[in-house]
Design a protein around this ligand. Structure first.
Ligand code: ATP
Ligand code: MG
Length: 428
């Protein structure tokens, strides 16, 4: 017999862990709803070409990390490594990119072939938010504050916001000329990976994790010095507004998002509590992407938050969040049928019920109800079933007899009253 195991870098989320996940997701979705951001869902599987164009062939994600395969029709398919390219495709394809503006979110699994470690998996989850059709500096601020507030609402501590500007394409190509000159002179002091990037994607060198290269880069030309007046003004506005809104930030002139289509604002949020995989959120403006992918020229900005890292940060696993309201003890052929029928009816109420399916003795079933700390129990034996009745009572109350009621299956009002009085619940 084979002992099957999950693939490296993938994770099973078991019920106890999912209590925390669901809680985090609920808070996120609520925040997004309150900010009028709407959900969009796109396929997990896309044409490989989409990501090559949408993310860029020189990037790590495309060159090293994609899960790509041929399907049975010999089409090259890729499991999405991120969400922006798919959202943009969906908007263009469905003709909605020409709508004036929209605020969208998505949440789900992403796939990257990376070395797994704490906070880094091959199948992981992201929340992404994209504001499409928004150009003003105020939309940059709204995006940043939205990400910041979600993280704060989740109680994530030691947050640091880093911002930078990448200017527009013109600013960047002016900078790149100066930067390439500097790179030529300093080439031999750089690590090998960075040296290789000089021809392919020089901007990305700024993002190196190599400590020595980082040190040398401190003296390199800075993009911010090559900004046009307009781009600089935009950047200053954003800094001013963040200060007014009391969102602390630091400027990191080496913060680049490696993709060619990024423009102006780039930002990252890290947490001091995360160790080496510190980035929880990465975002930026991508005014050129939609037109590059065949849509009409549309400014846009977005961010993505890694949910695994959020979960690592949001404290220990939670206890089961809601107790069982009613445990249905039942034994005997007729009783079992009646219990099934009753448990279906009880799902019309905002109640957490559990139907015992064991067929074990009454005392064993009581023990199970006790273990679950169920607030109340329904008891049905064949005697009750014969009379079309059931007994309902609060569980573990000393004088439970006062709370006990025998109710006929058809007497909805009596059941309503009992539930109302004892569990403070009404039928929904
Ligand atoms: P990193 O530098 O950590 O690889 P990245 O720049 O590749 O991050 P983005 O593409 O900006 O990451 O994705 C946004 C967020 O998604 C990251 O900040 C991180 O929280 C999360 N993330 C990215 N890759 C992974 C992964 N392999 N496992 C878990 N979370 C991830
Ligand atoms: Mg990465």
């Amino acid at each position: 017999m084979n002992n099957f195991k999950n693939l490296r870098g993938t994770v099973d989320l078991l019920p106890d862990q999912l209590i925390k996940w669901q809680n985090v997701e609920k808070i996120i979705i609520e925040q997004l709803f309150r900010a009028s951001v709407k959900e969009i869902r796109t396929p997990i599987l896309e044409m490989t070409e989409l990501f090559m164009r949408g993310i860029g062939e020189g990037t790590d994600v495309v060159s090293k990390e994609m899960y790509t395969f041929l399907d049975r029709g010999e089409r090259s398919c890729t499991l999405r490594p991120e969400g922006t390219a798919s959202v943009v495709r969906a908007l263009i394809q469905n003709g909605v990119s020409s709508k004036p503006s929209q605020k969208l979110w998505y949440m789900g699994p992403m796939f990257r072939y990376e070395r797994p470690q704490a906070g880094r998996q091959r199948q992981f989850h992201q929340l992404g938010v994209e504001f499409v059709g928004y150009e003003s500096a105020r939309s940059d601020i709204e995006i940043i504050t939205l990400a910041w507030d979600i993280l704060e609402k989740l109680g994530i501590k030691e947050l640091n916001l880093e911002i930078n500007t990448l200017g527009d394409q013109n600013d960047r190509s002016n900078f790149q000329k100066a930067f390439l000159k500097w790179l030529e002179v300093n080439k031999n002091s750089l690590d090998l990976d960075s040296q290789k990037r000089i021809d392919k994607n020089p901007l990305r060198i700024l993002d190196t994790k190599n400590v020595q290269t980082k040190k040398i880069l401190e003296d390199s030309p800075k993009l911010v010095d090559f900004l046009s007046e307009k781009s600089l003004e935009r950047y200053l506005t954003i800094k001013d507004k963040l200060k007014l809104l009391k969102i602390p930030f630091i400027e990191n002139f080496n913060l680049v998002r490696g993709l060619d289509y990024y423009t102006h604002t780039a930002f990252e949020i890290t947490s001091g509590l995360l160790g080496s995989q510190a980035t929880v959120c990465g975002g930026g403006r991508y005014d050129n992407l939609i037109s590059q992918m065949g849509g009409t020229e549309t400014p846009a900005i977005g961010f993505a938050i890694g949910l695994e890292r959020l979960i690592l940060l949001s404290g220990k696993d939670l206890e089961e969040s809601r107790e069982t309201d009613i445990y249905i003890v039942n034994k005997g052929l007729n009783a079992e049928t009646m219990a099934m029928d009753l448990s279906r009816k009880l799902r019309n109420y905002d109640l957490k019920t559990e139907l015992d399916l064991s067929g074990a003795s009454f005392s064993k079933q009581f023990k199970k109800a006790n273990k679950l700390k169920s607030k109340s129990i329904i008891v049905i034996g064949d005697d009750e079933a014969l009379k079309n009745e059931f007994i309902i009572r609060l569980f573990n109350q000393e004088n439970f007899e006062n709370m006990e009621e025998t109710i006929s299956v058809d007497d909805v009002t009596k059941l309503d009253n009992w539930l109302d009085k004892n569990l403070l619940l009404k039928r929904s």
